[in-house]
Design a protein around this ligand. Structure first.
Ligand code: NDP
Length: 269
């Protein structure tokens, strides 16, 4: 049976095996999908071992996405630009290929809600690995502008420089962001620590769509705060998680499962 897995450290919390098992069931695909906790200094050898033993595909999570990128012998355009990959497979020559499906996961999740990026003014807070992965897929949707702000401004500057040839991308100091925006994405890990990025509430209007890449059953700190500031349409990153998995499933199996059913299943769990 075809074997797939997610590699990370730690990995016990991962919902990927459940998501892919649901996809496989729905699409009548015979496969297994397991969790692999690679030692922090043993990612590359664990990946090679997996493929040598006949494994078909891997998802990669924290902290190995950049190392996976370096390991790849072939990269998709979006994986190349992201500087990090979350999906690995072998091509017909046996080379390790990498792709980054996080960005398209976020874009597809927001599109499912009816949101259209075209002509919109977008703010992304954060400049870490996840944000780097979402910029190009968002720019492909032709927004009017994309503003990046980050606690460490130099990282936002560097992303704006890398991506400015692909669209209107600017970086701003957190305290000086000039709102409002049609879409505000929190791509920081601040919510993990129950903290808020130091952003002005002027970025929101009642029609601003708000998206926190993190997810939490009781809602994230950021999303609760955005609601208090009057934002009415607010989403967390659970849909992104399922959509990035669906894109990986498509890369491996060439079929697209129903993501909304699995998002509902996870929310109800
Ligand atoms: P990184 O560690 O690469 O980056 C963290 C980012 O958060 C940096 O920009 C950092 O700023 C910022 N940050 C951290 N703490 C604070 C704070 N207290 N105030 C302001 N900014 C802060 O993480 P990732 O990019 O990998 O992940 C970011 C988020 O995205 C996480 O919450 C993660 O769970 C989520 N994610 C969700 C996915 C999904 O499928 N839903 C997929 C991937 C990620 P600085 O540069 O100054 O340190």
């Amino acid at each position: 049976m075809d074997q797939y897995a997610v590699v990370g450290n730690p990995i016990s919390h991962s919902k990927s095996p459940l998501i892919h098992a649901e996809f496989a069931k729905e699409m009548h695909q015979e496969l297994t999908y397991s969790k692999i906790e690679a030692p922090l200094n043993g990612f590359t050898s664990r990946v090679r071992e997996f493929f040598e033993q006949g494994g078909k595909g891997l998802n990669v999570t924290v902290p190995f996405k950049e190392e996976a990128w370096s390991l790849c012998q072939s990269l998709s355009d979006r994986g190349q630009l992201a500087g990090a990959v979350n999906t690995l497979y072998l091509n017909s020559d046996g080379q390790i290929c990498g792709d980054n499906t996080d960005g398209v996961g976020l874009v597809n999740d927001l599109k499912q809600t009816g949101f259209s990026f075209a002509g919109k003014k977008i703010l992304i807070i954060g400049a870490g690995g996840a944000v780097r992965g979402v910029i190009q897929p968002i720019l492909n949707e032709m927004p009017t502008s994309l503003t990046i702000t980050n606690r460490t401004k130099a990282k936002a500057d560097s992303l704006a420089e890398v991506f400015s040839e692909h669209g209107l991308v600017v970086s701003e100091e957190m305290g000086c962001v000039n709102g409002p925006f049609d879409l505000v994405i929190n791509g920081t890990s601040a919510s993990l620590a129950g903290a808020l990025p130091a952003i002005s509430s002027d970025v929101f209007t009642p029609s601003t769509v708000v998206y926190d890449m993190m997810y939490a059953k009781e809602g994230t700190v950021f999303n609760r705060w955005a609601a208090q500031q009057g934002a009415a349409e607010i989403y967390d990153g659970l849909g992104m998680l399922v959509e990035q998995a669906a894109e990986a499933f498509y890369i491996w199996r060439r079929c697209r499962p129903n993501t909304q059913r699995v998002v509902k299943l996870l929310r109800d769990a």
